[in-house]
Write a protein that binds this ligand. Structure first.
Ligand code: AMP
Ligand code: MG
Length: 523
């Protein structure tokens, strides 16, 4: 383990890709470039709120905070070997081409190669303006930075592909945000989150060059991407773009199926927020399904169109992949292969989703039970919609189902508790009988089924109101709440004595409270 100044820095992104010749940190269009050199802007008074030891380990970084490390993680110091930059990308936002976006407040400090030979990009978010900041300030507030840190680490421990979070630091400066976009701007504490991933490349990094007919830069970036992250799609020095795209399609389908498994709603699946590696990226107004609702979106900006609602994520990912295909098409003599991969997305996603839902029930797909399974899954969806049902608690309680009364076992999952209507109780009873009969055909005991189910159905997820409470405690000066929450979320599938409140149903006060059920992009 080494101090931050002694890590092994490589700067392949900067060395191998065309960069912006200007070093002027002024908002502008940046052409024929994948990035601009820019350094973080100093902050007044850094205070480290969290340093994640597992992520330090990925970098071979000594997890003991030193003044030097705190300075680096808040953006006040760049150590030798780092070549900080902001990436240039575009994107489709809410269905429309938005032109150049780019890292408006994220700055990659450098790439670290660890002893295992893995390379990790270390990026600060909220580190000050860049040439891509447009009219914004390049900063981030504590609440959204804490949300990013908590959720990316929770996702990792849930087994969902994601970028990681290394640290969270207060800047000692205030940032003005109009939380609900209703003309009430207020001062909030500023923060910087350091995040880590093999790469933060997004669909939008490719789209921008195609939109500008700059096929040379596009080609260089695609070659770089394959050589670095998809070397198995490079044959005799030639990138096989069609097979690379096919893998991106499959990874994206897997990612979305995983979001559905755990009840995650990204909230702003614009193409600039879609990772080329199939990772969950850019945690903004995301949310977790508490009462099951396919139509729920946490993002108030999305409240009218509901484009990014829970149940629409498979379709939006497909749409986004089509935009990526269009961006890559100019590099292929015959783009029909891209279309074939796009067409394969729908059956791939439904098969992944079906298997994952069966796994959530402790079942395995068998040919002879296929029809029965389809009916069971359809019945499950109807059941979950029949009365307000907590998705996470439902599956944990269902694991405990035995020959006894189904409602008594599952009561906790119902928001109305004892007041749950008789019709919904009856529906539950009927479905549970079918389910138990089907489970019996697996030839496993109730205990074995419970074990299977508890390994894929989390007990602890970063519930919207739980994270909001953690934000409020941290803002009020409590320096233990965040560490406690992170600790519980390290073992999301294991029941932890004393952690009951993190697994509890959303309380009534949180039903329509900003930060709990409604989130804004104002971050
Ligand atoms: P997002 O909706 O967070 O994915 O951001 C969309 C675009 O807006 C990206 O290019 C961001 O870098 C940029 N952006 C968001 N917030 C800020 C900010 N406070 N300052 C500068 N750029 C920002
Ligand atoms: Mg983004």
């Amino acid at each position: 383990m080494r101090p931050i100044s002694e890590l092994v820095y490589t700067d392949r992104f900067v060395r191998e890709l065309p960069g912006d010749p200007s070093r002027e940190n002024r908002t502008r269009e940046v052409l024929r470039s994948c990035y601009s050199h820019v350094t973080p802007t100093r902050v007044a008074k850094p205070e480290l709120l969290a340093l994640v030891p597992e992520v330090c380990e990925l970098l071979d970084l000594d997890p003991r905070p030193t003044p030097e490390l705190v300075d680096v993680l808040a953006g006040n110091r760049v150590v030798a070997g780092m070549t900080p930059y902001a990436a240039c990308y575009g994107g489709h936002q809410f269905g429309n081409w938005a032109g150049q976006l780019g890292d408006g407040r994220a700055i990659t400090l450098g790439e670290v190669t660890n002893r295992a030979g893995e390379t990790w990009e270390v990026q600060l978010k909220g580190a000050g303006p860049t040439p891509y900041s447009r009219r914004a300030d390049g900063r981030a507030v504590l609440r959204s930075s804490l949300r990013e840190l908590v959720c990316s680490e929770a996702m990792f421990h849930l087994g969902v592909p994601t970028t990681r979070a290394l640290s969270l630091a207060l800047t000692g400066e205030s940032v003005v945000r109009d939380l609900l976009y209703d003309g009430h701007p207020a001062y909030e504490p500023g923060a910087v989150v350091a995040r880590v991933a093999p790469s933060f490349l997004r669909f939008g990094n490719y789209e921008i060059h195609t939109a500008r007919d700059d096929h040379a830069t596009l080609r260089t970036l695609v070659r770089f991407t394959l050589e670095r992250f998809y070397p198995h799609h490079v044959h005799a020095g030639e990138p096989d773009i069609a097979s690379f795209f096919d893998e991106v399609v499959r990874r994206t389908a897997f990612l979305v199926a995983e979001w559905l498994r755990v009840g995650f709603v990204h909230g702003v699946m614009n193409t600039d927020n879609m990772s080329i590696l199939g990772l969950t990226i850019d945690y903004g107004p995301y949310g977790w399904i508490e009462p099951f609702d396919l139509d729920w979106t946490p993002n108030i900006t999305d409240a009218s169109g509901r484009r990014y609602r829970f149940g629409n994520q498979p379709a939006v990912a497909h749409w986004n992949l089509a935009k990526l295909a269009r961006a890559l098409a100019p590099l292929l003599p015959d783009p029909t292969a891209l279309q074939r991969s796009l067409d394969a997305y729908v059956p791939e996603l439904s098969s992944l989703h079906r298997h994952s839902m069966l796994r959530k029930l402790g079942l395995v797909a068998h040919l002879e039970t296929a029809r029965e399974d389809d009916e069971l899954l359809l019945g499950l969806e109807q059941l979950l919609g029949a009365a307000e049902t907590d998705l996470t608690i439902f599956f944990r309680r269902l694991a405990a189902l035995d020959a006894g009364d189904a409602f008594a076992t599952l009561r906790d999952a119902y928001y109305d508790g004892e007041a749950t209507p008789a019709a919904a109780r009856a529906q539950l009873g009927t479905w549970c009988r079918l389910y138990r009969a089907r489970a019996a055909r697996e030839g496993i005991t109730d205990a074995e089924r419970r074990e299977r189910m508890n390994a894929v159905n989390p007990l602890y997820v970063p519930r919207n109101y739980v994270v909001q409470e953690c934000i409020q405690a941290t803002e009020a000066g409590d320096r233990t709440a965040l560490a406690k929450l992170l600790d519980v979320l390290r073992h999301p599938y294991t029941e932890q004595p004393g952690a009951e409140r993190y697994a509890a149903k959303r309380p009534e006060w949180a039903r329509s409270k900003p930060g709990c059920s409604m989130l804004s992009c104002s971050s």
